[in-house]
Design a protein around this ligand. Structure first.
Ligand code: SF4
Length: 620
């Protein structure tokens, strides 16, 4: 049966991070190989080749910015739009010295040359199916490669899928780009396997049968529905196959090779985005991740550890990036303890929720997690409610403190200008930043509207008077395309000027936070900004200050015990119940005094001590 289908090729075009193999390609290839052992399947990491050709530094700078990245291939696809596209590139690159000074015409000419040479070097006619994985920053580059390839090989079947397609966009894409034959609406494994089965049995010219999760072009009709067709139990998946990426890397000159970061997945989906028993939809208001998935599925702890063991052994590299939107709540500690038990000096990155406990963070640090992105998003509980984040400011400060203590770099965001945010949210944020000063500063990002996010779905209730494609797409694409497709990044009409003005003081304060954090961490020996040493029945707290000598505070006897009890945030009721030997009044007086010195944070009668214990003390 396999003989009826020529080899298939899976493609990833610029601009994913060049230093990581594509998990989309790796996972799909491994799955398809397990289902069709006789079928030849190749994964082409075209982005790695482009990075090698134009230089890793330049590639990296482009790949970090969505609009400059999309501008480059847009200029090659739609040269008539060049002037408008150039304006987008320079406007969106204005904060990057390297890109700002780049000659756009020379850059696009170089990328055209590199891309066209790669296309020419491959005999696309030998493939029975070409699959493009299209995620953030890959839309115009994929369309460029698809157009070019299809021009020379009009009968070659092209299937696309990825996080930039959901709902109606899938039909719109097929209607607008006749070069694309099929679009996968959910995760790739089952729909692509269904498509391969059909192509194996037929000459491909008959009407494509209904394959759940796949929308197809059949003559002038577009058929199929955008239902989910996903693997129920992801423990059955094999480890991703990254051989093609590493084979390509081996062909580079020694000065062009590097040690890549392996991408791994523990889960798919988001357990926070679920439907409650009462039918209420949970999930963060701004989030449009997970549109391709339904529910939350996870692998077993043992399986995760053995996959990481296998991949690091096979590819002789020790850096891992977990691609999960959210790690599993219950299993995380076991997973990281198992990874620690591998006895390898791993270096890992993961995205976590603010409710991640100290025990889990400690297991992560032990296993080698050096960097996390926490779902902080705001330092105002009122605003977090508007985000439907399900967390509070005191929880955010607690997880930030724990990361500081454990030496885990925290690269989390603070979202400004969310529709409907008001002066009280800003005031709460400014107050909380005063207490967050000893911890790693957050990265300020302006709210952007994602297609399919809850805010987008409930735009009227969210106060958005009009919702439409982001105007940058009007510069990148010709008017007919712009008007026919709903793109992932949307724009809206609202109190934008008011929001910008409102959040200005927060922007300023975060700048000062970054400056003082850097200043207080300069010098030869590293020490936390706010730390304590324990004397058994007393604590000495050291509080570093920008431009001034550090303050020291001694906390004696039972007050020491209270301060340590509040290392995780505690309700006043619980503190009083735990320390019945001193009266409520004295406890409240102590907590208020510590709060006035910014040694304790208080919110809604819950208290969190802010000083961290340096790691080496903690481990004793
Ligand atoms: S932001 Fe994270 S936690 Fe929130 S819905 Fe999206 S994936 Fe889930």
């Amino acid at each position: 049966m396999a003989d009826r289908l020529k080899p298939i090729v899976l493609v990833s075009t610029p601009w994913p991070l060049y230093s990581r193999p594509s998990i989309q390609l790796g996972a799909l290839k491994a799955y398809l190989k397990s289902k069709f052992p006789k079928l030849q399947i190749k994964a082409l990491h075209l982005y790695l080749k482009v990075a090698e050709r134009i230089g890793y530094k330049l590639y990296h700078e482009i790949s970090e910015r969505t609009w400059p990245a999309e501008s480059i291939y847009a200029a090659l696809l739609f040269p008539k739009q060049l002037n408008e596209i150039k304006k987008v590139f320079y406007r969106e690159a204005k904060n990057n010295t390297g890109l700002r000074k780049t000659d756009f015409d020379a850059l696009t000419a170089r990328i055209k040359e590199v891309s066209d040479n790669m296309i020419k070097a491959i005999d696309w006619g030998k493939f029975g199916l070409v699959g493009f994985s299209i995620c953030l920053c890959q839309l115009t580059s994929s369309l460029y490669f698809i157009r070019k390839i299809k021009k020379s090989f009009p009968n070659l079947r092209i299937v696309t899928g990825g996080s930039v397609f959901a709902g109606d966009t899938i039909y719109q894409l097929l209607e607008t780009f006749s070069e694309i034959d099929y679009v996968v609406s959910s995760e790739g494994e089952l729909p692509v396997a269904g498509l391969i089965r059909y192509l194996m049995k037929s000459d491909g010219n008959s009407k494509t049968p209904s394959i759940p999760g796949l929308v197809s072009r059949n003559g002038s009709n577009i058929i199929g529905d955008v239902s989910f067709n996903q693997i129920n139990d992801i423990t059955s998946l094999p480890p991703p196959d990254y051989d093609d990426y590493f084979d390509l890397l081996k062909t580079f000159r020694p000065d062009k090779t590097f040690f890549p970061t392996l991408c791994a997945e523990i889960s798919r989906g988001c357990w926070w985005k679920s439907i409650t028993k009462s039918g209420e939809q949970k999930g963060c208001a701004f989030c449009n991740l997970n549109l391709q998935w339904s529910g939350y599925r996870k692998k077993r702890a043992k399986q995760v550890a053995s996959e990481i063991d296998y991949l690091t052994k096979k590819h002789k590299t020790l850096s891992i990036a977990f691609m999960d939107n959210l790690l599993p709540l219950r299993e995380s500690e076991e997973i990281f303890l198992r990874l620690h038990n591998l006895g390898k000096d791993l270096r890992m990155f993961a995205e976590i929720r603010a409710t991640t406990s100290y025990e889990v963070l400690k297991a992560m640090r032990l296993a080698g997690v050096e960097e996390v992105q926490i779902g902080i998003e705001a330092l105002s509980t009122r605003l977090l409610k508007k985000f439907n984040k399900g967390t509070t400011c005191i929880q955010n400060l607690e997880v930030m403190k724990h990361c500081e203590e454990l030496g885990i770099a925290d690269i989390s965001n603070l979202i400004l200008c969310f529709p409907g945010s008001d002066i009280t949210d800003v005031k709460e944020t400014l107050r909380a930043i005063d207490f967050a000063f000893p911890f790693h500063p957050l990265r300020v990002v302006n709210f952007w509207l994602g297609l399919g996010s809850p805010v987008w779905d409930n735009r009227h209730a969210s106060g958005l008077t009009a919702v439409f494609n982001h105007p940058n797409y009007a510069a990148l694409f010709p008017p007919d395309v712009f008007q026919s497709i709903s793109f992932m990044i949307q724009s809206f009409r609202m109190d934008r000027v008011y929001q910008k003005k409102l959040w200005q003081p927060v922007k300023k304060k975060v700048k000062a936070w970054k400056k003082s954090y850097a200043e207080l961490h300069s010098g030869l020996s590293y020490s936390p900004i706010l730390s304590f040493r324990d004397g058994g029945d007393f604590l000495i707290i050291r509080q570093k200050r920008p431009g001034a000598d550090p303050l020291t505070h001694r906390v004696n006897g039972i007050y020491r015990d209270i301060y340590l009890f509040c290392r995780t945030n505690r309700s006043l009721k619980r503190i009083i119940a735990n320390f019945p030997q001193i009266g409520e009044d004295r406890i409240i007086k102590f907590l208020k005094m510590m709060r006035s010195k910014r040694l304790i944070y208080e919110e809604n009668n819950r208290y969190l001590s802010l000083a961290v214990r340096p790691l080496e003390k903690e481990e004793k």
